[in-house]
Design a protein around this ligand. Sequence first.
Ligand code: ARG
Length: 587
Amino acid sequence: MTLLDELSEVVGVAFSQAGLDPSLGAVKPADRPDLAQFQCNGALAAAKAAKENPRALAERVVGFLKDQAVFQEITIAGPGFINLKFTDEALSSRLNDLEKDDRSGGWANTEPAKVVIDYGGPNVAKPLHVGHLRAAIIGESLKRIFRFSGDTVTGDVHLGDWGLQMGQLISELEMRAPDLPYFAADAEGPFPEEPPISLQDLEEMYPAASAACKSDPARADLARKATKALQAGRPGYRALWRHFVSLSVAAMRKDYDDLGVEFDLWKGEADADPLIPELTDDLKMRGVLEASDGAQIIRVARDDDKKEMPPIIFLNSEGAVGYHATDIATIVDRKRSLDPDRILYVVDARQRLHFEQVFRAVGIAGYFDEAGLEHLWFGTMNGKDGKPFKTREGGTLKLRHFIDMVTERARERLAENGFAEGLSEREADDVARKVGVAALKFADLSNPRTSDYIFDLDRFLAFEGKTGPYLLYASVRVRSVLEKAANTGVGAPGPITVRMDEERDLALALLAFGDTIRETYKKRLPHYLCDHAFRLAQAFSKFYAACRIVDESDNAVRESRLGLVAATGRQLALILDLLGLEAPERM
Ligand code: ARG
């Protein structure tokens, strides 16, 4: 049970003793932390319903709360808000429970679900765009939060490995090196194990091919034919395709790794392709497919639609599959291989229509319960000009450049602030990467998922304020306090008893974790957890400034404070992990 659940239950009992609906006893953190710790606004709603005076009703409820030993102070404010303050004993005992809990009081889902999160979507051989960056950062954090809450979660990168770009690349290479064994018309293989080109070649070939296809219809036709032959299974093309995918994936793995993003599955669009013939027959049989101008379509519009909802083209007039069909087949594939209760798609807002169409189609076909499919869309990371972020050269970004850029700037900022002094070069590199990546990820996550935000590396890298580096710094400081205590032999963390306001505030911040996790999970919004992390780090820094810890002479007080530090360290480490941030040991 979370803290707010516990309090709401206690206050709910008083409401029912007063002859009122117990659900009105819902308690939330106080709007004015200077006046109270928690508040309940239920008397106002009750008074409205009963046409009574809210203050009088609140007084009746408070009459029944008076016996509750956990409250130090119960007051009625304004028109009938019930304000509550814990006794120090009540606060301390809850904190000691939290300190012993290796989940730091985190909420757990009582009905764990099986969940797939689709949050990568990089395209083979094509550069990433900002949408891919946000998907990885937000998806990774949601995956960890869901897992922590008790769900069984599988994260899938879902590579874009089956589109027209593959045909563009194959035809490009065929023009450049027609003598390669992959291109002989009747080549059956086996083909060489080693790829015929390097990753650099591949990255250079894609923009060339794509530009040529745009300007020359005959060239585009070659690409389309190559795509079709690839999808139809031409062995030489398949072999080349496998080379392209593995070259690209090797580079992506390294980049995602440096970003602290780990996928359980490295499946791609191509993995769903073998299901297409079977699904085509099945959808025809169910009467879901409709022939239209030589294509096979699925109508997904509903009578009550407020906006236009075009049909899905399942197979185009050449019989080729597109993005919709691939996503439908992937859902069937996931259903068969993992049987999830839910599939979450962390993909940018521009694809909202796409997912709405896909979800409706699988609902109509009866392949998956539509309610279990969620598009967790997100806004755009913009440059200072308000347009989607681009590199200085004007191109779309590459993950590698991005990681290098934030690392470089972090290194400068650390030096300017006198951090990372006396570290070996290797250590300093590691700290710079961790701080840079944390700055970027925290900035992204702390921004409400559905809003756009502006990329401003200097702001993200500030050591004061709601930033990744501020959190890392707090965790480093916790560690150094505990190390100093251990090294000077002043005793270990002991039972916690709060005595000062700064201790109470820190205690309340720590105890808010359970409710925060639940909110974050239920709304699928990591910025709630970021807000909590900042509150905790701030409360810790005020506590650290106001209270003696290692050099406190009273043994019980010192050990209690060390207990608070240890509890903070444990929860902060947990939160950093849930956000996907890596903390350096020193900085
Ligand atoms: N590859 C796609 C793109 O670059 C994103 C894929 C998102 N996931 C999905 N299941 N459609 O836009």
